[in-house]
Ligand binder design. Structure first.
Ligand code: AMP
Length: 444
C-alpha cells in the first residue's frame, strides 16, 4: 500500500455533525432524511464540499464506506439547476450489481426531486434501457460495455456530461474495462468534473487518475486495512475437509448471515447446493446464472430468505448487504487486495463482523503477501479436528475447471476482456433478430 500513500492527503476530522452543514436544497435534505442518514460518514464529510465546489476528487475508499452518497449528493445539488436535456452526470461501475445498487441509492436520495436516473448494463434487454434513455434522465449509471453500445448506436448522448464518476476503478481495471473507459472518455466534453473512487491504486489506475484528474481533492480512508470492527482469522484445513470445517464454523459461531467466497463459479454452485442439501438456506451468486437468477439470489439474501450466499469475487463485487455477520473465505482470494474487498462485506456501517479464511498448505505464500499488505498478522485459529499436519508439503495445485475469477493474465491470446455488461464481443455472432449465434463464455 506504499503507493497509496503517494496520494495521502492531510486527514481532516469531522467538525460538524449533520448534513445541514453542506447547504443542500430542501428536496435533497428530505431524501437524506428518508434514508435515515443523520451524520455524514468520514468520506462524505471530506468529499462533499469538494464535490460541491466542482473540484475533481480521488477517493481511496471501499464500498461500504458511504461513498455513493459522497459523490451522488453534490451531483444532485448541481443538477437541480437547469441544464441540457441530455444526461449531465455519468457514473461508471464495473458490475451490474454495483450499478443497480448505486442507482437505487441515487433514486432514494433524489426521491423528492424531479431528477431521473437510467441504469445501463448488459445481460438484459437493451430496449428497456433505450426507453429509459428516451425519458431524458439527468443521471446515467452504467457498466462500460453497455454504455459504449448505446453510445455507438447514437441513443446515449454524452456531450453534455458535467460530472463523471468512475467507481471501483481498480475493479474496472481487473475486469479489463480500461480500453472501454478510454473510449467513453473520448465522447465526453473536455470541460467536466471527474470523481474517481478506488479501494486500491494499481499503477494502471494511478496513470488513469493522473490523466483524468486535475488538482483533485484526495480523500483516503485508512488505506486498505480491514475495518477495525472486523475480527479476522485464518483457519488451517486440508482441502478435502473444507466442507466439514465450513459446517463447523456455521454451527459454532453466532452466524446469522454469511457470504462464503469460492475461487470459481463451479465451486460456488456446488457448495451452495451442498449446503442447501444439508438443510441450510443457501444460494449461490456466480456468473453462470442469468440476470434474473442473480437478482433473485441477491434479493433473497437481502430479505433474509437465505442465510448464506456462496459467491465468486466478481459476482459479489461491490454488493452491499447490511448485517452480514460472517465472511468465510472457503478459498483464499487471488490477490491480497481482494482479501480486504471480501472481508469488507462484513463489519459494515460500524457493526461487528467476523471474517474466516480457510488456508491449506498451498496458501502459505498468500498469507505472507496478505499480511505484508495489510501491515499486520492475521491470527491463526486452528480448530480441533481440522488442524494441518505441519510436515505436509504443499500439493501441486490442480487447475480448477473454469478459470479462476482473478485478473486475466496479460497478453493472453485472444484475451479480450470479459464484458459482464453483456456487450457483443468481436467474434461472437448475433443474427439480425438479436439471438446469440454462439454462447459467449462469461467469467464468474
Ligand atoms: P456505500 O459505500 O455507498 O455502498 O454505502 C454503504 C451503506 O451505507 C449504504 O447502505 C448506504 O445507504 C449507507 N450510508 C451511506 N451514508 C450513510 C450515512 N451518512 N448514514 C447512515 N448510512 C449511510
Amino acid at each position: 500500500m506504499a503507493e497509496n500513500k503517494l496520494y495521502m492527503s492531510a486527514s481532516t476530522s469531522v467538525t460538524s455533525t449533520g448534513f445541514h452543514q453542506f447547504g443542500f436544497n430542501e428536496s435533497i435534505v428530505r431524501g437524506i432524511g428518508a434514508l435515515g442518514f443523520e451524520t455524514p460518514r468520514p468520506i462524505q464529510s471530506e468529499t462533499i464540499p469538494a464535490g460541491l465546489d466542482g473540484r475533481d476528487v480521488l477517493g481511496l475508499a471501499q464500498t461500504g464506506t458511504g461513498k455513493t452518497a459522497a459523490f451522488a449528493l453534490p451531483i444532485l445539488q448541481q443538477l437541480l439547476t437547469g441544464g441540457s436535456n441530455n444526461p449531465r452526470a455519468l457514473v461508471l461501475a464495473p458490475t451490474r450489481e454495483l450499478a443497480t445498487q448505486i442507482a437505487t441509492e441515487i433514486n432514494a436520495l433524489s426521491k423528492f426531486t424531479r431528477l431521473k436516473v437510467a441504469t445501463l448494463y448488459g445481460g438484459v434487454s437493451i430496449r428497456i434501457q433505450m426507453n429509459a434513455l428516451r425519458k431524458r434522465p439527468q443521471i446515467v449509471v452504467g457498466c462500460p460495455g453497455r454504455v459504449l453500445d448505446l453510445l455507438g448506436q447514437g441513443i446515449l448522448r454524452l456531450r453534455d456530461v458535467e460530472t463523471l464518476v468512475l467507481d471501483e476503478a481498480d475493479h474496472m481495471f481487473d475486469m479489463g474495462f480500461l480500453p472501454d473507459i478510454r473510449k467513453i472518455l473520448a465522447a465526453l466534453p473536455g470541460q467536466r468534473q471527474n470523481l474517481l473512487f478506488s479501494a486500491t491504486m494499481p499503477k494502471e489506475i494511478r496513470a488513469l487518475a493522473t490523466d483524468l484528474l486535475s488538482n483533485p481533492k484526495v480523500v483516503e480512508l485508512a488505506d486498505a486495512a480491514p475495518a477495525a470492527t472486523i475480527d479476522h482469522a485464518l483457519y488451517p484445513v486440508a482441502e478435502p475437509k473444507k466442507r466439514d470445517l465450513l459446517e463447523h464454523v456455521l454451527a459454532l459461531e453466532e452466524c446469522n448471515s454469511a457470504i462464503v467466497f469460492t475461487r470459481t463459479k463451479h465451486r460456488a454452485k456446488h457448495l451452495a447446493t451442498h449446503l442447501a442439501n444439508a438443510g441450510h438456506r443457501a444460494v449461490s451468486l456466480q456468473g453462470n446464472m442469468s440476470q434474473a437468477q442473480r437478482d433473485r439470489a441477491m434479493s433473497g439474501f437481502r430479505a433474509r430468505r437465505y442465510d448464506i450466499l456462496v459467491a465468486t469475487d466478481i459476482a459479489a463485487r461491490g454488493i452491499d448487504v447490511s448485517g452480514v455477520s460472517h465472511v468465510i473465505n472457503f478459498d483464499v482470494p487471488n490477490t491480497p487486495e481482494a482479501y480486504t474487498h471480501r472481508i469488507g462485506r462484513t463489519g459494515r456501517a460500524e457493526l461487528e463482523g467476523i471474517a474466516c479464511t480457510f488456508i491449506t498448505t498451498n496458501d502459505r505464500g498468500w498469507v505472507r503477501d496478505t499480511e505484508r499488505m495489510i501491515g499486520s498478522r492475521i491470527p491463526l485459529r486452528p480448530i480441533e479436528g481440522f488442524k494441518l499436519d505441519p510436515n505436509e508439503k504443499p500439493a501441486a495445485r490442480r487447475q480448477p475447471r473454469g478459470r479462476p475469477n482473478g485478473p486475466r493474465p496479460a497478453g493472453r491470446p485472444g484475451g479480450r476482456p470479459n464484458d459482464r455488461s453483456g456487450r457483443q464481443q468481436p467474434g461472437s455472432r448475433r443474427d439480425s433478430a438479436g439471438t446469440p449465434g454462439r454462447k459467449r463464455k462469461r467469467r464468474a
